[in-house]
Structure formats: structure tokens, C-alpha cells
Design a protein around this ligand. Sequence first.
Ligand code: DGT
Ligand code: CA
Ligand code: CA
Length: 575
Amino acid sequence: MDNIQIAEMFNRMAKLLEFKGENQFKTRAYTNAARSIKGLDEELKVLYKEGDLDSISGVGEALKSKITEMLETGTFDAYEKTMSEIPQGIIDIMDIPGIGPKMARLFYEKLGVTSVDELSRAAREHRIRRLPRMGEKQEEKILRSIVRLQGDKDHGRHPMALAMEIAKEIRNELCSCPHIEKVTIAGSLRRKKDTVGDIDLIAISSEPERAIEFFVNMEKVEEILNSGTSKGSVIYPGNYHVDLRVVDKEHYGSMLQHFTGSKEHNIHLRKLALTKGYSLNEYGLTNESGNITSCTGEEDIYEFLGLDHLPPEIREDRGEIEASLTGNLPRLIERKDIKGDLHVHSNWSDGANTMEELAEAAIQRGYEYIAITDHSHSTGIANGLSDRRLQEHIDEIDRLNEKFDEIKILSGTECDIRTDGKLDYSNDLLEQLDIVIVAVHAGLEQDRNKMTKRIVAALENEHVDIIAHPTGRKLGKRPAYDVDMEKVITVAAENKKALEINSSPWRLDLNDINARKAKEHGVMIAINTDTHTLDHLDNITFGIDVARRAWLEADDVLNTMNLKQLCSRLGIPKD
Ligand code: DGT
Ligand code: CA
Ligand code: CA
């Protein structure tokens, strides 16, 4: 242990004692010692080896013996004992910035709060503000800290789209190895989870050691973490942790099934196998007499268990196994179901391309329609359109529609929802548009109540069609703003508005959980790209990934409608 680690452990001990309500002298002894240790020039472990611990000042005898204990064992008895007396959830609460041991104790004693989730619920139910020395401000601050903390949990994870690019690059290189027959992407990346912790690959080879050797020696590998006889792990540029497992043909199916996960899905499958008298692991199904049924394809396992070959995107143990057993599996949406893109920016605001270029690109993708939805004037940096320019925008689209027969260009806006819930354009102006998307771009730090009201107000405007990126999150950059999604979904359902799955790899907003909730409430989803340059149009696949993880079928999605159906839904006059 180095000095910093020892000092941190003392600080932590002081917090634990304070939570327990021990006297101040005892806690202060620990914090003072921690401060002295941080100020030392020499490493304690060196002093200890030289028998010189006595030379440090500001640390009493009792604490010096605890330092010795730490240097010898990595911890000390009193610390372990105190830790075991306090629930982990309370320790997590004390680690939230702005919440110390005293507050954690107050929440525990008055509200029985023993975890971050319980604290979050108490704050949302306004039970915190009623406590002594607390108030509305404090309560909001606590909620914000929790939200931020949850955003930080994503740290170290990678947006799926970026990881996919790296995974494909590695797969291609591995395929050039003469000892490797086939490479498949597994893990959360195969399930298309919005962020992934690492990249998991499975390879078929009859020479596993040589395959692993090839893998760990690839040119771009920065660090070899593990190089074994059937698996290897490396660090790849961009701090990607990559795992490769090598397997013979015979076990490929069970290996792929196992390492695709999710863990929860696998646990459920294993239980199901047990009810049939089999145990299931990465090598296949084993019966009571020890006979292994190896599975060359993963569909063999599902078939054996009486299940459909479940799409990887829904393997999360969120009801997919039950749905398959009862014949209620959804027919998940596919790329070919998409008939157009409803959220696209041109160079009239902050997009890079002309409306014509966008229309051409949409035709190339086989679309029936594309909506040009430039920004409104609040987003000054995005060159948002004034009332007058919006009018010209509409005229320009009319002109272009004369020119193009193969595609319908819808005139739209991505209109700001201001902090008070009002929209940037008047109803008279909105009425002239084919499609109105609204979005929150500023005032993201508003409290839950205000933010929810703000979005609800927009949903209640008769001209609004879609709420774009409804939670405002940006992966690895900022968490969702604080909004009551249940309420937004309910009001969207009442007013027959659609919510967006924004396909930008950095947004993927709504996420899978919220999009599924929306579907369950009968809310239509629009899968949009929010295109700013032509290649963004192809991000639609990432939005479809989210939609599939949300169990969406073609009928749940607005832009699977053909032009005629869409016009009738949006109330666009036929011409
Ligand atoms: P990640 O990497 O955090 O985005 O998520 P995954 O799902 O890729 O997790 P990872 O890389 O730890 O493991 C890959 C798969 O291996 C996982 O989805 C299921 C399987 N697996 C890993 N650990 C366990 C386990 O303890 N039990 C079971 N049943 N399966 C596991
Ligand atoms: Ca993984
Ligand atoms: Ca892994």
C-alpha cells in the first residue's frame, strides 16, 4: 500500500465512525493522521522496512500499529469490523458528493434509507425536504448528485457503435490468420447494448494456441493482459479491452450462446435446462449420466429447450423466455421496414448539406419520404431559423417537391421547447408545417417538476408530432436530465404524440427500457437519425438496434408507414 491508500483508508474509517456517532476525538485522530501521511516525503512502507515508523510525527502510537497492520495485511481489524456493521448501501450514500456521514445517518434514522435507490425514491417523493436542516434546495441537490453518479457509472464503457467498428476491424484481421476459421462478435456488443464494457470475440480453430498467439501479437495491441491456451485478452487503442475465446467447431454453438449472454438470460436458461434434467454450460448440455450433447450451432440449444432461436438483442431475461414458451414473441422490426427519416438538418441551419443532396441520398436509400427539420431561432449557435427564414424554408421545399417525383420532402422543424414550456414558433406558423418535432436544448439543469411540466406543455400543443431525444442524455458526456418519463409517456399516449429513438451513437435516446415502456402505453416511436451530414443517414441501424432491444415491431414505429399512411396520421393534405 502506498501513502495515499493508507491515508484514504483512515479517512474512510473516520467517516464510518462519524456515521456510528462515535465521539469527535476518535474521528479527528483518523483525519489528522490521514493529513499528516499525505504530507510525508517518504513512503511509509520504506520507513516500516527500515524500522523507522516512530520518526513520523502527528500520528499516535495506536494508529502507528494500524499502519503496520495495513502494510502487512492490506487492511486493519478495527476497519473491517466497523465496515461489517454498516450496510454497503449506506457506505455508497456517504460516497455521494455533498452527502457526509451525518446526513447519511439522518436519512437512515428518520427514513430507514439504506441504499442509493431508496434515497433517490425518498427525494423524488419529497420526503427529504421535510427533515430537520433540509429543504427543497437540498433535496434537489441530492437528486442531481445521484443522477450524476449514475452517469459516471457509464465511465469506462464505450458507445456501442464505436466498439462495433473496432470489433469489425479486429475480426477482419483475425480472419487473415491461417489458423482461424471463423470469428464471431459475442457479449453485449452482439446484443447491441447501447454501451459495452468490453469486446468479446469467439473464434473457431483447430490450433487454439497459435490462434491466440496471432491475436495477442496483432500490430495495434497496446498491452497483453492474458495469453492462454484457449483465451486471450488485450488492450487495443482507445482503451478497448478485447477478449478472444478459441473453440473447436463442435463446441462453437454452446460457446457463442454462453458468451453472448446476458448473464441473467443464461441463468434463466440454465434453470430451464435443469427442469429437463440437463445442466447447461459453455460446452453444451450434460445429462445426469454425464453425457454431453455438444452444440455446433446455438440454435441447437434453444431448440433443445423448446424455445425459438431468440434474437440476441432481447436476451436480457426481461420476459423473452416466457414469451417464447407461450408463443408471444414479438416479430422485431428490421432495417427493411423503415420507409423514411423524419429528423434531418440541412445547411439552412447547422447541417452540412443542401436539401437537394439530402433528398438524393434518401432516394438512394430507398426511402419514400424525408423530413427536413432545421433548428428554430433559440438555438442561435445552430443557426436556427427566424420566422421569416422558416417561411422561405417552406417555400423552398414546395419548389423541390415539384422537382422530385421519387420522394416526398416533408417540411418540418426541430423547434425548441423553451424553459417555460412555450415553443419558439407561433401556432400559426407551426400549422403550415407538415411535421413538428420539438426538443429541449437549453436549461437542462431544471428540476424534475419544471422539466416534466415543460415537456408536458409541448405535448399538449396540437401541432406537435414528435419529441426528439426525450431525455437529453449524451453517452459518456452527460446523464439524462431529470424528467418523469412515466408522466411524459402517459401524456404522449393521451395526445397521440410520438417519441423519438434518436439514432445518433452518442444519444440512443430513448433507450431500450423507456422505448419499451412507451410501446406498452401505446405510444408510437419514430426512429430518426438527426442527420447533420449525409453519412449520418446510415446511423438508422443503431436506432433499430435500440428498437429491437425494446421489443418494437414494425407497427410500433411511425416511419415504417408508407407515405399515404403517414400523411393521414400527420394530417398532411394529399396533393
Ligand atoms: P459488458 O461487457 O459489461 O458490456 O457485458 P457482457 O454481457 O458482454 O458481459 P461480459 O463481457 O462480462 O461477459 C460476456 C458474457 O459471458 C455474458 O453476457 C454472459 C457470460 N457470462 C459472464 N460471466 C458470467 C457468469 O458469471 N454467469 C453466467 N451465466 N454467464 C456469464
Ligand atoms: Ca462484454
Ligand atoms: Ca468479456
